[in-house]
Design a protein around this ligand. Sequence first.
Ligand SMILES: Nc1ncnc2c1ncn2[C@@H]1O[C@H](COP(=O)(O)OP(=O)(O)O)[C@@H](O)[C@H]1O
Ligand SMILES: Nc1ccn([C@@H]2O[C@H](COP(=O)(O)OP(=O)(O)O)[C@@H](O)[C@H]2O)c(=O)n1
Length: 222
Amino acid sequence: MTMKVPVITIDGPSGAGKGTVSRALAKKLGWHFLDSGAIYRSLALAVTQAAVDPNDIDAVVKIASSMELEFETNDPPRILLNGREITDQIQSEECGSTASKIAAYGPVRQALLQKQRDFRREPGLVADGRDMGTVVFPDAPYKIFLTASAEVRAKRRYKQLKEKGADVNLERLTKEIEERDRRDKERTEAPLIIPDGAVLIDSSDLTIDQVIARCLDIVGGK
Ligand SMILES: Nc1ncnc2c1ncn2[C@@H]1O[C@H](COP(=O)(O)OP(=O)(O)O)[C@@H](O)[C@H]1O
Ligand SMILES: Nc1ccn([C@@H]2O[C@H](COP(=O)(O)OP(=O)(O)O)[C@@H](O)[C@H]2O)c(=O)n1
């Protein structure tokens, strides 16, 4: 019997620290990293650039199937959409919000499924998203659900965007994140839920290093 490549899934709401922690874990373990949210964000950008209505499912699926995405693993990592760098552009909350609208459609998710599974390569994968442990890699041996209070998450995202020079307003950002979280949890297709067998980590009062240490314990303790 062939052994499947191991996967650590890290799901959770916006600003919980998934990306930061997943990247660090992948680096420590020498494993690959999948930022599935960046795939949805890139599609959102492609849809906006093509002036397509995000509710026109057929048109969005067409773009999802034809867009070329490259994840360069240099330090810092770069994301290219159809050959053009979009790394910073897709970080905006506007892009996140459009991403969560198109992510609610089953055919759109289906069109992106294999692209995500292709990241599963030796020696292992750390996968960050909303449905990594439930839909994309349900057989993952390690599943983590990373969360934090809504207030802490909004403040973190505010600080992060501000540091990048974005023009952000904490009150508006908090509302946008709450709206996105609600949409991600309430959708019928691959909603944000705690996967069966996942270990829950609340990072509200933990440092990034403490969260990473807990994740390593979970992986090592199996
Ligand atoms: N435990 C933590 N304590 C303080 N700041 C954190 C913590 N985890 C993440 N951050 C910061 O919060 C911001 C959002 O983290 P990120 O990893 O992008 O979250 P997510 O991928 O879940 O949306 C980043 O600026 C990151 O450095
Ligand atoms: N596996 C995933 C990852 C992201 N998404 C969608 O894409 C949006 C942006 O994801 P993200 O991971 O970049 O968002 P943040 O947690 O970084 O704010 C989410 O709000 C989800 O609607 C999804 O539906 N499934």
